[in-house]
Design a protein around this ligand. Structure first.
Ligand code: CP
Ligand code: NVA
Length: 309
């Protein structure tokens, strides 16, 4: 049985296969075909942080696959009152067929997975946001720009950056990261990504220079400067991140036809200018919609693995 806690545990072929399954299901959906691959199954969704896209996409996705999703906020379940993770995992996984968790520490979902009898999916932690990267890559495939990617990530070294690093390392593309000093990516994740990159041919670089990163890029991406849980640092971060906004001037250094991605929610006038965001809003909202399709692919894929195990 497989869990989906980070992309580190998946091979390039597996990542591409999950996206392929998602694209197949998307095609069916657009044609009005519902195969109900997860009929009568229940997905438990544990949320310790806010969400728009993750909740709507998993809940809708599960329904469209013939199953049911349970929204479990930590304000409502005993986990939020101190019931141990390992007990919560054993209870939920004795009744549900899959679990999606959005939380703070990566170690929380790892512990949950250790005690879970069913697949656990990372719906975002402080360290990684792997389901978002499935949707992001699916979008690049659909826009026919998934070959010879030169990606630039400009902004905070956070869960999104870490996930881009692992995706680049696994799939073997170039990723240039530019963060302000003091907001670099996690050194251990970088080391791990570089190790994987050695076998895939990926080139991952880090700097403090957004222009250097974006020059000649085919894909530019960014994320909020203030992630969930960092709200108290917001004003300080806005000052420190001055010069890291993805605006027209920065985008003009990229390759012609460059694609802009943003996991959303986007804060205009901070990590991205209103102009750049609106100019690329077509692909950005396709990227958001692809959360639904990519995660349906993931859930069907994990269910198949579980049945074969
Ligand atoms: N991109 C993303 O995960 O959005 P939500 O926080 O709204 O789920
Ligand atoms: N880095 C952001 C991503 C939101 C989808 C956060 O963790 O809040």
């Amino acid at each position: 049985m497989r869990h989906f806690l980070t992309l580190k545990d998946f091979t390039k072929d597996e990542i591409l296969e999950i996206i392929e399954v998602g694209l197949e299901i998307k095609k069916d959906l657009k044609a009005g075909i519902y195969k109900e691959q997860l009929k009568n199954q229940t997905l438990a969704m544990v949320f310790e942080k806010s969400s728009t896209r993750t909740r709507v996409s998993f809940e809708t996705g599960m329904f469209q696959l013939g199953g049911h999703a349970l929204f479990l906020s930590n304000r409502d379940i005993h986990l939020g009152r101190g019931e141990p993770i390992k007990d919560t995992a054993r209870v939920i996984s004795s009744m549900c067929d899959m679990v999606m968790i959005r939380t703070f520490a990566q170690s929380m979902i790892e512990e949950f997975a250790e005690y879970s009898k069913v697949p656990v999916i990372n719906g975002l932690t402080d360290s990684f946001h792997p389901v978002q990267l499935l949707a992001d890559y699916m979008t690049l495939v659909e826009y026919n720009v998934s070959e010879n990617i030169i990606a630039a990530y400009v902004g905070d070294g956070n869960n999104m950056t870490h996930s881009w690093m692992i995706l680049a390392a696994k799939l073997g593309f170039e990723l240039r990261i530019a963060t302000p000093k003091g907001y670099e990516v996690d050194a251990a994740v970088l080391e791990e990504a570089q190790k994987i990159a050695k076998t895939s041919g990926a080139v991952i670089t880090t700097s403090h220079d957004p222009k250097e990163a974006v020059k000649g890029a085919t894909v530019v991406t960014t994320d909020t400067w203030t992630s969930m849980g960092q709200e108290a640092e917001k004003n300080e971060r806005i000052k420190i991140f001055n010069g890291f906004m993805v605006d027209d001037k920065l985008m003009s250094l990229a390759q012609k036809g460059v694609k802009f991605l943003h996991c959303l929610p986007a804060y205009r006038g901070l990590e991205v200018s209103e102009e750049v965001f609106e100019q690329h809003s077509g692909i950005v909202f396709d990227e958001a919609e692809n959360r639904l399709h990519a995660q349906k692919g993931l859930m069907v894929w994990l269910d198949k693995q579980r049945k074969n195990s």
